[in-house]
Each structure stands twice: as C-alpha cells, then as structure tokens.
Ligand binder design. Structure first.
Ligand code: PHE
Length: 357
C-alpha cells in the first residue's frame, strides 16, 4: 500500500465514523463502536498495528498519518460522548426539578410470599373466625410425643408409614403435626379448639407429590357432642373457602392409630380436573385431609375426660393444598424455592402469631 491509498482508506474510515456516531444515542453503544474502530482488530486499529510491518523507508510517514488519524477519530468520539453525557444529566435535572403531580407514584418492587405460607395465613384466618387458636409445636420432638402419646407404641406397624429422621439426642424430626394435639390438651384441657400449622419430615422417596419436608395444619376440636358430621361440614367449608370454588370431596375409611373411626377426605385433583395426572397418581383424587374422631387413649393421655368429651382431629396436607390452589403440579418446585412459584402478597394479611405449646 502506498501513502495515497492509506490516506484514502483513512478518509473512508473517518467518514463512516462520522455517520455511525450521529446515530449513537447511548454511552454503551458509543463504547462498542469505539472498539470496532480503534480496538486492535478495529478498522483503524489494524492500520495502526500494521505500521511496524511497513518497509523502513515508509514507516515514518505511515506512522505519522495513522497517528494523526487516530487523534482525529478519538476527538470525534470524545465530543460525542460529552454531548451524550450532558443530555443525560440535563434530562435528569429536568425530571428532578419539574414535579408533575399527575404522574403515577414510584412503585416499590415488593417481595412475595411462598404459596405454602400464603395458604397457611388464609387457613389461620378462617379458623380464627371459628374460635380456634393457632398453636405451634417444635419440629424436633420427643419420640413419646410424636408416637406413644398418639397411640403408636414402638412395636406398632404404623411407625413404618412414618419413618423419619432420628437425631443423636434421641429425638425425632416430627413426622406430623399431631404431637401438638397432645401438647395442647395437656396445656389447655377441654373444651379445646386449636389448629397447628408447621413443618414435618419423613424419610420419603421424592417424586411429584412426596418430599422429605412438607407442611401440615393439625386441627383439634374437643367438646361435648362432637361427631363426624361436624368434621365433614367443617372440611367442606374450609376447602371451598381456600380453593375459592366448589370442590368435590370423597370420604373413605382411613387408618391412623390416634383416631377411631379414621377417615380420609379426598379432593378432586385440581391440576388435571380429575382426569388423572402424576400429581394425583392417575387417580383423579388427592388425599388432602386425613382425619377422624380422637381415640380415647389419646384423649386420656392428654388428660381429657372421655366420659364427658369427644373430639375430632385432622392433619391437613398444607403443601398439597397450596399445590392444588395455585396449580403447581410438582412439589419439588415449591421446596426448591423456584421463584416462579411465588405469590403476589397483595391480599394477604400476614401471619397470626402462634402460641408455643
Ligand atoms: N397425622 C396424620 C398423618 O400425618 C394425619 C392425621 C391427623 C390423621 C389427625 C388423623 C387425624 O398422616
């Protein structure tokens, strides 16, 4: 290349830079344009880099020419940058000084509530209206409270259904919220109306509807003349209100050592509408509310006079209910903290403070 060709090439580059710069509105865009021109591989950068390979007699003239071109191009970039920056700050000052009361307010981005928490709060409010108090028991429980007090002695086969995590201190991670039944009876006696939401743990094989960590809401109502129809009526009201739609219920016998008789209240699967899907194990129904009349042995362990009182208890599957309510087909989404599953908190009133029993 001779010096004329070089000048010609530089003139073309400068003309192009002028055109491109006129269209640049953002500082970022300007910086990247700068790289495509002055960077090592940029249109001008390549020419600058090529100087050292020129024959010695041309090197000085070439070097001067490209360096002058570089200075000119740099000035073009700098002046455009200055303009961009001043127009940004001008816009900012304008926005600050002109107060327009008709503009909508600045909206703060709100965090949101976990679906399980949101359903829990809703349930707390429903039961509060019915005269129930909200209690909390510990997640680390004694073997006695988790099993024996609930009519599940060490040799009972029902222990297999609720295999759990045993701790070095001899305690267990509770397998259900039912120990709170015992704690509340001991503390308050009868008559009694409590619910106890909380986390439970089991040694489970994980699939779409089973997890080693899940939430339940225990319910216990002890009074004179309490019977199964009270329990079913309450369940229907509760599920309809939480789901905000009519749901189909199915009641069948269920076995739990701490109730007699024991029932399972199932709800038609809200994920598939009852057609069958992995969440409902293709059955169209989900076990949502295992329940029953509190076993006399349990009432007695809690110090309640079985001549005078009867009671019902239930262990609502809170995690499952949240999945049904929000159409979340896989429990792993909830436990994995997948943010797409979080709920807008707008209509949630916050938790009701729980008593420790
Ligand atoms: N605790 C039982 C479970 O987790 C559920 C249950 C609670 C059943 C209360 C009956 C009465 O499987």
């Amino acid at each position: 290349m001779d010096i004329d060709q070089l000048n010609e090439q530089i003139a073309r580059i400068e003309a192009q830079v002028g055109l491109d710069l006129a269209g640049v509105e953002q500082v970022d865009a300007l910086r990247s344009l700068e790289t495509t021109v002055l960077g090592k591989k940029g249109s001008l950068g390549v020419l600058i880099g090529g100087v050292k390979d020129c024959p010695p007699e041309q090197r000085k003239a070439f070097g001067q020419t490209v360096n002058q071109a570089k200075t000119r191009v740099k000035t073009l970039f700098d002046s455009r940058l200055g303009k961009l920056q001043s127009s940004v700050s001008e816009a900012e000052t304008k926005a600050e000084t002109v107060f327009d009361p008709t503009l909508p307010g600045k909206c703060k981005e709100m965090g949101s509530v976990h679906p399980v928490t949101s359903v829990q709060w809703e349930i707390e409010r429903i039961f509060e209206r019915l005269g129930f108090t909200v209690e909390a028991g510990p997640e680390m429980e004694s073997e006695y409270n988790n099993f024996e007090a609930l009519n599940i002695p060490a040799t009972h086969p029902a222990r297999d259904m609720q295999d759990t995590f045993w701790l070095d201190n001899g305690k267990v991670l509770r397998t259900h919220t039912s120990p709170v039944q015992f704690r509340a009876m001991k503390k308050f006696g009868a008559p009694l109306r409590i619910i106890a939401p909380g986390r439970c743990f089991r040694y489970e094989t994980i699939d779409a509807s089973h997890e080693n960590t899940f939430h339940q809401v225990e319910g216990l109502m002890i009074d004179r003349d309490i019977s199964i129809p009270n329990l079913i009526a309450m369940s229907r009201m509760l599920l309809r209100e939480v789901m905000e739609r009519d749901v189909e219920l199915r009641v069948r016998p269920g076995y739990f050592p701490f109730v007699e008789p024991g029932i399972e209240i199932d709800m038609n699967c809200q994920i598939c509408g009852g057609q069958g899907c992995p969440t409902c194990k293709q059955s169209g129904w989900v076990e949502i509310l295992p329940a029953g009349m509190v076993h006399p042995n349990v009432l007695e362990a809690g110090g309640v006079d079985t001549e005078e009182y009867t009671g019902f208890a239930f262990g609502l599957g809170l995690t499952r209910l949240a999945m049904m309510k929000f159409g979340i087909g896989d429990i792993r989404i909830l436990n994995g903290g997948d943010l797409r599953a979080m709920v807008s908190p707008e209509r949630l009133g916050g938790p009701i403070l729980k008593d420790k029993v």
